[in-house]
Design a binder for this molecule. Structure first.
Ligand SMILES: [Zn+2]
Length: 204
């Protein structure tokens, strides 16, 4: 619907030459403004749906195929810190890489955990949360903790034994080992546990 601009008379001579404040201004309530406002809302809705879908699929895949899932236990404060919270611990920047999955994981960690716990109940899988302290600085091979070993964001190179590998994989192995120690399976993840129980399948 067309609405007349609030200013009906021409601008005074002193303003001629400078851009009119009414020109290029989007009028509230205009059809075009309503349509423009709806665009990001629709886009955010799609992001939300895809994120929820990713949580559900990931949680289902993990809990269906494994008897135990060990996750890095995050403090609530870190999770509510939003973009400033990080999987590695407080006070560090979130790793914002181009990969879509990484973005979803980094921003959707708070939603993946509930999804994991829900699917774990459905699939008969255990969930163990372990504190993330030093998981990214500890060498999985020799156990030495050294901040220097974290060569870069992606590369872990132990300053003590020389073990090198992907930093995320190294941290994940530490977390898994801690989780297995918690459950008393006892082998600290040095291969597949002989004590490992098959997942209990609940008949639907
Ligand atoms: Zn080492």
């Amino acid at each position: 619907m067309y609405k007349a601009a609030s200013r009906s008379c021409p601008p005074p001579v002193s303003e001629i030459g400078s851009p009119s404040p009414v020109k290029n201004q989007v009028r509230k309530g205009s059809n075009r403004r309503t349509a423009t406002r709806a665009k990001p809302a629709r886009l955010n809705g799609r992001i939300r749906v895809r994120r929820a879908d990713f949580w559900a699929w990931t949680a289902n895949r993990l809990t269906r195929g494994h008897g135990l899932v060990v996750v890095e236990g995050l403090k609530v404060g870190d999770m509510t810190a939003g973009a400033k919270g990080t999987i590695d611990g407080p006070g560090e920047n979130v790793r914002r890489k181009a990969g879509l999955n990484r973005v979803i994981l980094a921003e959707g960690w708070g939603g993946l955990l509930p999804a994991l716990e829900h699917k774990a109940r459905c699939n008969g899988c255990g969930i163990v949360r372990v504190p993330p302290a030093y998981a990214s600085q500890r060498c999985w091979a020799c156990g030495v903790v050294d901040a220097e070993s974290r060569e870069s964001q992606a590369v872990f190179a132990c300053t003590f034994c020389g073990h090198t590998g992907n930093a995320d994989v190294n941290a994940a192995k530490n977390i898994l080992a801690a989780g297995l120690a918690v459950t008393g399976r006892g082998d600290l993840a040095a291969g597949r546990s002989v004590k490992r129980q098959p997942p209990v399948t609940v008949a639907a």
